[in-house]
Write a protein that binds this ligand. Structure first.
Ligand code: CDP
Length: 213
């Protein structure tokens, strides 16, 4: 079973995906981390995020150790990721890894949960279930600030709001695999919904799909 979760920055996709994967014993892939790793590789080597040649090379020879680098979660890395994510060659280089993961999840798990921007539309258009998780930009910025503070990272609400809004615009306006809700995705607007409620709603939809009809 393949579950696709898409949505804008800081909408809570990661938390939802991780909890669903745990509940159903499915494998989980945070596809944003792959784009972040490409961006981080550029930053560490002193390249601009708009350097296509360096980005292409980093995506083709992706250093998976970067997935465990603490700088992966910096807002600056997320922002740089949205520049490299607009490059078709970068997306193409990361596509196979994501498709393989969804088709043959590690440890022979019976399913895979992938979260990102184009999972339901491009990577896994035939996913068994699709969710589009969103919330107002203000609410998302508030959550990102709380999450950063819980990790002991300084965060300024106004700056984060600006960053999240600019990143959404780049993700939605790019030509290749723009962020958009797949027609057959379940919309989960979490603006006024706590993560537990979102989780229960999504889990019920999955259970209903697994249950023999
Ligand atoms: O965690 P957050 O929602 O802030 O972002 P992320 O999921 O880690 O993704 C970082 C950036 O990678 C996004 O802003 C997108 O530009 C890009 N991305 C993408 O283009 N396609 C994906 N499937 C996942 C992420």
């Amino acid at each position: 079973m393949i579950i696709a979760i898409d949505g804008p920055a800081a909408a809570g996709k990661g938390t939802l995906a991780r909890r669903l994967a745990e509940k159903f014993n499915f494998a989980y892939l945070d596809t944003g981390a792959l784009y972040r790793a490409v961006a981080l590789s550029l930053i560490k080597d002193g390249y601009e995020p708009l350097n296509e040649e360096a980005a292409r090379h980093a995506a083709r020879t992706l250093n998976l150790d970067l997935l465990n680098d603490p700088d992966l979660r910096l807002e600056a890395t997320g922002s740089a990721a949205s520049y490299v994510a607009a490059m078709p060659d970068v997306r193409r280089n990361l596509m196979e890894f994501q498709r393989k993961f969804s088709e043959s999840p590690p440890e022979n798990k019976a399913g895979a949960v992938l979260d990102g921007r184009d999972i339901g539309t491009v990577i896994c258009p035939n996913a068994d279930l699709k969710f589009y998780v969103t919330a107002s930009a203000e609410e998302r910025a508030k959550r990102r600030v709380a999450e950063m503070k819980s990790r002991g990272v300084e965060a300024d609400y106004a700056e984060i709001l600006e960053d999240v809004t600019a990143r959404d615009a780049r993700d939605m306006d790019r030509k290749d695999a723009p962020l958009t809700k797949a027609e057959d995705a379940h919309l989960l607007d979490t603006t006024d919904l706590a993560i537990d409620a979102v989780f229960l709603r999504a889990a019920a939809i999955i259970e209903n799909c697994i249950k023999p009809q």
